[in-house]
Design a protein around this ligand. Structure first.
Ligand code: ATP
Ligand code: MG
Length: 251
């Protein structure tokens, strides 16, 4: 157990969750490496939600409220770190969560299914396992598997830690792809429609808060929030944010 007083409490807690998920078979080895890459970028961001991330979060919330069929895609890392946060967000929407694994094995699928058992009983629709019989064009068999009523027909897909290839293929299918990725330089961040450069345990509760608020607004107001957003500009501003921060740092 990490003591709450430790200056790196949050980060160590997340590491514990990642290790635990690996040991229980929910997370692949590669997931631990992906986490490490994320931690590095979080240092550069100052481990906070930047104004640019908040901008993308608000646009995300508005798009999800406007969406006819929003789907939250989850993988081993997101289950390990923020399962309950994703469930809360899904409950404010249509309840759809789709399992999407980079290293898909039946064992890992079933382990994740078990973790969601109670949530499914209370209204969450967990897709992407038994009924995933559609395919994303151009993506190899196991990584391309998606559900008909989930990602395949979704208009908006929230993809934490997606790989660049799939993000690009989903955009090509005409979907609004929202990535959560701490690395503003990743292919995922550059290929997605909206990129939230933030740590997922920090930003998912914020998305949910805005969804709750935006559900009270009318369509025109929501369209106004979305209207002027430019992802390339927002990513560029994130890089400027990082470089300004590094330039003004005292060691
Ligand atoms: P590319 O997107 O360039 O094709 P990739 O997706 O193959 O690369 P990975 O390292 O596997 O590269 O991707 C994992 C991504 O997830 C990294 O960019 C990392 O910054 C991000 N990441 C890891 N942990 C978190 C987290 N907790 N919250 C948000 N993003 C995270
Ligand atoms: Mg990526």
């Amino acid at each position: 157990m990490v003591p709450k007083t430790h200056p790196r409490y949050r980060s160590l807690l997340n590491r514990d969750r990642i290790v635990e998920a690996f040991e229980s078979g929910v997370l692949a080895k590669g997931g631990m490496i992906a986490h490490g890459r994320g931690e590095t970028f979080d240092y550069l961001l100052g481990e906070t939600t930047t104004p640019e991330a908040l901008n993308a979060i608000k646009v995300t919330a508005a798009l999800m409220v406007l969406s006819k069929n929003p789907v939250i895609s989850i993988n081993g890392n997101s289950v390990a770190l923020a399962k309950d946060e994703f469930v809360k967000l899904a409950r404010e929407l249509n309840g759809k969560i789709e399992v999407n694994l980079f290293y898909r094995t039946t064992e890992r699928e079933q382990k994740i299914k078990k973790l969601f058992e109670e949530d499914v009983k209370s209204g969450i629709t967990l897709l992407g396992i038994d009924e995933a019989d559609k395919k994303i064009p151009g993506i190899d068999h196991l990584r391309g598997k998606v559900s008909e009523s989930g990602i395949y027909t979704a208009d908006v897909v929230l993809v934490p830690l997606e790989d660049g290839d799939r993000a690009e293929a989903l955009v090509k299918m005409g979907k609004t792809v929202i990535a959560i990725d701490l690395n503003p330089l990743s292919r995922t961040a550059r290929k997605s429609t909206i990129s939230i450069v933030d740590e997922l345990t920090r930003c998912v509760p914020l998305i949910t808060d805005y969804v709750v608020e935006y559900k009270k607004m009318d369509k025109l107001q929501l369209l106004k929030i979305v209207e002027n957003y430019k992802n390339d500009e927002n990513l560029k501003n994130t890089l400027i944010h990082i470089s300004k921060r590094l330039n003004s740092m005292e060691i």
